[in-house]
Design a protein around this ligand. Sequence first.
Ligand code: G4P
Length: 520
Amino acid sequence: MGLQEEVQKRKTFAIISHPDAGKTTMTEKLLLQGNLIRSAGTVKGKKSGKFATSDWMEIEKQRGISVTSSVMNFEYEGFKVNILDTPGHEDFSEDTYRTLTAVDSVVMIIDATKGIEAQTIKLFKVCKMRGIPIFTFINKLDREGREPLDLLDQIEEVLNIETYPMNWPVGMGKRFLGIIDRYNHQFVKFNGNEEETYIPLDEIEQYADIAENPTFQETVEEMELLNEAGDQFSIERVLEGEQTPVFFGSALAPFGVEVFFDTFVKLAPAPGPRRTKERVISPDYPDFSGFIFKIQANMNPQHRDRIAFLRVCSGRFERGMNVQLARTGKTIRLGQTQQFVASSRDTVEEAYPGDIIGIYDPGSYRIGDTLLDGKQTFEYDELPSFPPEMFQRVTAKNVMKAKQFRKGLEQLVQEGAIQLFKTYPTDSFIIGAVGQLQYEVFQHRMKNEYNVEVMLESVGERIPRWLKKEQVDTKLFDERNLLVKDREEEFLVLFKNDFALRWFIDKHPDVELIDLFEVN
Ligand code: G4P
């Protein structure tokens, strides 16, 4: 098969949802459909205490959550599907955000009984901001939930995105009859735990129990209104991230999952071109290239290895090939490579654009690194960094361990596990994260990998604003508005809160404050 065909077969996406909306259940059903697992309960057994995918780190076991994003792949209907898992816990980390740089689309799962929930809005917004195509699955239709129109309104309002219902539920909870599949022009009948039945809409009259059911008739009327007043389906707008196709169903039953996934694999984009600092590289560019979006330590406690996750962007990857690390120009042989499935790590022999491979990291890689083959050298655009929101002062418990402390700190920062700042001019260390969990992982890894116990002292949630060097005046700042330097030696102020920030702007209108993370 040619490179172009291999590329077109790939569908690489992440499932994002609020905790408990049904991401695990959905993932499991998709893996079942892809024949990757044979029985439910393999992905995660929350209550039974069994962990399959995520028993890599002790901390995961202790908290019963998946800290790290894993990757699953399988063949489905002629497509090669790569699912990137994202931690579902409310205090996700920067890894969650970065995973989104390695996918071509996302599936957003929403609990019909709850709608969009506060903690996940940010994650959904990052997808919208980056123009990643979003497919929506509204879950738990077997329960009494919110009105479908309400749910669509909420998605449109919160995410500023058009919605297009691909199907429409007939009843809900106890009265749930099934869905009218607008896209494929059929009625999908809900049969409880039994398999669903598919009835073409123009044959529905033959099924009096459905055609004459008042709930069904009401829904048909509702749909007619929707056809007239709602947005038109536009695949172009979907691919631009301006419209989201919405599917209704129940991951648990499962119901509507097959219809959803069959349509999804057809419509979701295959890997596309990617920007480098020099030019745009298309996936069918003949030479292999890819970038590292995540580095993970200690996935296997027996080996204490580090794994770098690489997204293949062009050409063909072959195990054992020599590649160049663009940042340093060094040649590296990629001998130990892994592909990830739900319950094991297999050696990967070859990979194509869209695929994610795990490569053994002796400590040479950084987040955002480009690896490539061929005569031409280029570097993929830097991965966006995400604004840390919480900050902690960090010190070593034992001052004698200063050397290990600095080494650990440096390496973990380089890996992208945490962001580091130094107070100015006092030079104490402040670390920043997007979620509490990052601190726990940091503390755990400092102890286990560098043998240093660290003390963390919260400086609270802060608002970071960068300053121009020539405008730095130490007299203007104190504990409340803390002056620090980032890794690039740039100055920034960690403002205590919105009020402190506004007060400062009022008082010092001449000092320019730069928001590096401003959404444009
Ligand atoms: P998450 O990964 O997004 O956190 O959610 P997960 O799939 O673990 O689902 C959260 C809870 O919601 C689970 O129940 C699960 O069985 C239930 N659930 C998922 N999909 C549906 C659905 O379509 N309908 C209904 N009614 N429930 C659904 P639990 O009792 O918390 O856990 P468990 O013992 O079932 O694992």
